[in-house]
Design a protein around this ligand. Structure first.
Ligand code: ADP
Ligand code: TRP
Length: 326
């Protein structure tokens, strides 16, 4: 059975872009692959400076994944900071990674271009930690959004560099970008992203969800006139949830005229509420059972460490460390 591994940063409430672009695929893939999914809380330290926020965002992301169907019996699900080998391997990889690999990284270049105040060594070295995350588990595929493709390629280059310098220890990973995850558009028609404030959140309460949906930008075609579904953000989002018949019905209403965007938005709101209803219920149950969540994370960390410790032993041997931990 082929193996996949992916990580997600705990950085705010998940939105439809995160769901259709990443989480849904991670959850679906657990049935066909040996799966490793982790919460990248070390990576989050490049931006989060509030310990309470670190704790709650991590817990919330765990709840979100489990509520949406991630099954800890099928997926090794863990917190990055529970597995010491991630940062240990990072240092060793740091020492063989040419500076140039990291200077070329888009995320780093963007941070500099946007004039980020005090860009840190952690942000510069972000792809090396990501390489460590990946290489510890020898996955065949790393399912990520388009924006992370370059980071997986850097991990591949770092693995090659290590193998050439010492011995063949690491398997070269492949990024896997599902076609349907390419880009989910937000309420303004741009890429949906927390940083653009154009999101529709999966687990927002009804009032917030209504506000987010009502803010979807539409053109100024009058209520009585026919409308073009192919350029409408409301229609686009509705199509992601509705079945073929429902999509055809809405298309006809647009084309006939006499149907306003306000009505289409109401329809979309109902659809999204209905779609996530069972997940929402499950999330409430999980949030009331934190002992279970604790157990899931402990089991996940234990299973992850079985793999990561073995890999670290090989790495230590390859570079010439002969520590005896027994
Ligand atoms: P954000 O841009 O909101 O900060 P993240 O960078 O935390 O989102 O992304 C988490 C995951 O969700 C990544 O795998 C990313 O590729 C995916 N993702 C985020 N936004 C979208 C989108 N609009 N369309 C498709 N995938 C997305
Ligand atoms: N950098 C990824 C993101 O922001 C998260 C991540 C960290 C990751 N380590 C990883 C993804 C390893 C895949 C594999 O989305």
């Amino acid at each position: 059975m082929k193996r996949i591994l992916s990580g997600v940063q705990p950085s705010g409430n998940p939105h439809l872009g995160n769901y259709f672009g990443a989480m849904k695929h991670h959850i679906e893939m657990q049935d066909q692959y040996e799966s490793y999914i982790f919460i990248a809380d070390y990576h989050a330290l490049t931006t989060v400076r509030d310990p309470e926020k670190m704790k709650t965002s991590t817990l919330h992301l765990v709840l979100d994944y489990l509520a949406l169907g991630l099954d800890p019996e099928k997926t090794v699900f863990f917190r990055q900071s529970d597995v010491y080998e991630h940062t240990q391997l990072m240092w060793i990889l740091d020492c063989i990674t040419p500076h140039g690999f990291l200077e070329r990284a888009h995320a780093w270049k963007d941070a500099l271009a946007k004039g980020k105040k005090e860009p840190t060594a952690g942000l510069f070295g972000y792809p090396v930690l990501m390489a460590a995350d990946i290489l510890l588990y020898s996955p065949d595929l790393v399912p990520v959004g388009k924006d992370q493709k370059q980071h997986v390629e850097i991990a591949r280059d770092i693995a090659g560099k290590f193998n050439n310098t010492f011995e063949e220890v690491f398997k070269l990973p492949e990024p896997y970008i599902p076609e349907s995850s390419a880009l989910i558009k937000g309420t303004d028609g741009q890429k949906m992203s927390k940083s653009y404030g154009n999101v529709i959140e999966i687990f927002a309460d009804e009032k917030k969800l209504r506000k987010q949906i009502m803010s979807i930008q539409t053109n100024s075609t009058a209520l009585e006139d026919p409308k073009d579904p192919s350029t409408c953000n409301v229609f686009y989002l509705y199509s992601m949830f509705a079945n073929k018949q429902e999509i055809d019905d809405l298309r006809n209403k647009y084309k006939t005229g006499g149907y306003g965007y306000g009505s289409a938005k109401k329809l979309l709101l109902e659809k999204i509420i209905e779609f996530f209803k069972p997940y929402r219920k499950k999330r409430i149950e999980l949030a009331n059972n934190l002992d279970y969540i604790d157990k899931v994370l402990k089991d996940g960390a234990r299973k992850a460490r079985e793999k990561s410790e073995k890999m670290m032993e090989k790495v230590r041997k390859a570079v010439g460390y002969v520590n005896n931990f027994a």
